[in-house]
Design a protein around this ligand. Structure first.
Ligand code: ZN
Length: 207
């Protein structure tokens, strides 16, 4: 079920994906001998050895700074069948990380504007707190302001209605991610998912 792939220097994007458990064989450019296998690449060991070298990243095949030394394993589902309960738990954990990752991407307001507001911002904006104080706010002399995630735009809210709209959108975004992930986790946990392939199908639909 687990194959040791070896030690590689990889790019920061792939490194972060690995730490999030997001690396599938389909997504990455593995040696041909692994190319036809279904499965996922997992981080066996973070070797904590940084070099800075412009090279081709062996995972994504892009030319970039490959600076993270890692030891990689391949969890292949198609060669040997993993223990179903282990695989279910692994899939459930992966969904949990994905939920957090999707929430961390924030939400766009106004829709279509390209302005992204964080749900885990550096400033830890308390969206609910904004809602609690909304009716007592002085919108003429001190309208509430929130900076977009990249700091290039400041949203000035001119009414309690707008505060409500923005905060509800923030809460709705979190709820959508929690619901979608929670449903997939429930499906995987349920007794109707009886094979690794069924777990994969649920996972792939969700991811
Ligand atoms: Zn890469």
């Amino acid at each position: 079920m687990i194959d040791h792939l070896g030690t590689f220097y990889i790019c920061t994007t792939c490194y972060n994906d690995l730490k999030n458990g997001m690396c599938t064989v389909e997504k990455y450019n593995l040696p041909t001998s692994y190319g036809s296998l279904k499965g996922r690449i997992v981080l066996r060991q973070d070797l904590n050895d940084e070099i800075v070298d412009l090279n081709i990243c062996p995972l994504c095949a892009k030319s970039s700074l490959v600076k993270h030394a890692v030891s990689l394993d391949l969890w292949s589902a198609s060669t040997v069948s993993p223990d179903l309960d282990d695989y279910k738990q692994w899939a459930i954990d992966l969904i949990e990380k994905t939920i957090e990752e999707r929430i961390s991407h924030g939400f766009e307001y106004p829709p279509g504007s390209g302005h992204i507001f964080g749900l885990k911002t550096r400033g830890a904006i308390n969206w609910l707190g904004l809602l609690v104080t909304a009716s007592a706010q002085d919108y003429v002399s001190a309208p509430p302001k929130v900076d977009s995630e990249d700091g290039t735009f400041t949203l000035v809210m001119n009414s309690a209605n707008e505060v409500t709209t923005v905060v509800l959108l923030a809460m709705y975004t979190v709820k959508q991610h929690l619901d979608a992930g929670g449903n997939a986790q429930r499906e995987i946990r349920s007794n109707t998912a009886t094979t690794v392939e069924q777990v994969d199908a649920i996972l792939n639909q969700y991811l």
